[in-house]
Design a protein around this ligand. Structure first.
Ligand code: MN
Length: 243
């Protein structure tokens, strides 16, 4: 069987719908990308009851998706006026999933909010709005369609990304927050020209985090497919080691 990738879901409760009309969902790009990289996609909804271990035991890899701002209280800051919608229930649920996946040695691909959240889980901090960062001369919230790249990133040699893309990559950019202090457990592996960390990995090479949205660029062409193929290949290794 193909590796099963758990995709962290969102819900519509911040849209102030009546409860009976609330929906669990994920943007189509995520299951589309997993399918295109030859994996099976399963959306993990935000759940009330304790079933984290069972979800993690049933998947071969975890995809931590984009969405709301991470709640700043989680990294020791009060909410800044420029914070946009944060959602503590989702934060708490995903933190449990991330910790359980790490403990089980399952590979994790984290994108945008997911990239920021794992940094927080491992002790790092964020800028609640990128305008609060000193050195800032690249636009990170693109006004054009996200299927196309917007700014370049420099990629570190000897990183997960280097064999895929070489030393430079044109990425899309749709984030108003950014990493302030990177966790000591994570290695930055890509930067924009204004020195913002755009990608990291862990020492063991089982976590890859990306600030951009490769799943959206996949609607235009296959250049970003290796990001997802990496997750599927790692998941296959993990699956193989169980037998
Ligand atoms: Mn960017």
């Amino acid at each position: 069987m193909k590796p099963l990738i758990g995709i962290t879901g969102n819900d519509t409760s911040l849209e102030r719908n009546y409860e009976e009309f609330q929906k669990d969902y994920t943007p189509h790009g995520f299951p589309y990308a997993v399918n295109k990289a030859d994996g099976l996609a399963m959306i993990i909804p935000i759940q009330e009851h304790d079933c984290v271990e069972d979800y993690i035991n049933s998947i071969d890899g975890l995809l931590v998706t984009g969405g709301q701002d991470v709640t700043p209280i989680l990294y020791g800051e009060e909410p800044h006026p420029k914070l946009t919608g944060n959602y503590m229930k989702r934060d708490e649920w995903e933190i449990k999933l991330i910790k359980a996946a790490m403990a089980a040695g399952k590979p994790i691909l984290a994108i945008c909010r997911g990239f920021q959240l794992i940094n927080v889980v491992l002790g790092g901090t964020l800028y609640q709005d990128d305008s609060l960062r000193q050195k800032r001369f690249v636009q990170h919230t693109q006004q054009s369609r996200m299927v196309k790249g917007h700014h370049h990133v420099k990629i570190k040699e000897n990183s997960i990304l280097y064999p895929m893309f070489g030393d430079k990559l044109f990425v899309n950019s749709y984030h108003h927050q950014s990493i302030k202090q990177i966790s000591k457990e994570l290695l930055p592996i890509a930067w924009s020209d204004d020195d913002l960390i755009e990608a990291y990995q862990d020492q063991q090479g089982t976590i890859l985090g990306l600030q951009w949205h490769p799943e959206v660029m996949l609607f235009d062409n296959d250049e970003m497919l290796p990001c997802f193929t990496w997750l599927i290949e790692q998941a296959k290794k993990q699956k193989g080691s169980e037998f």
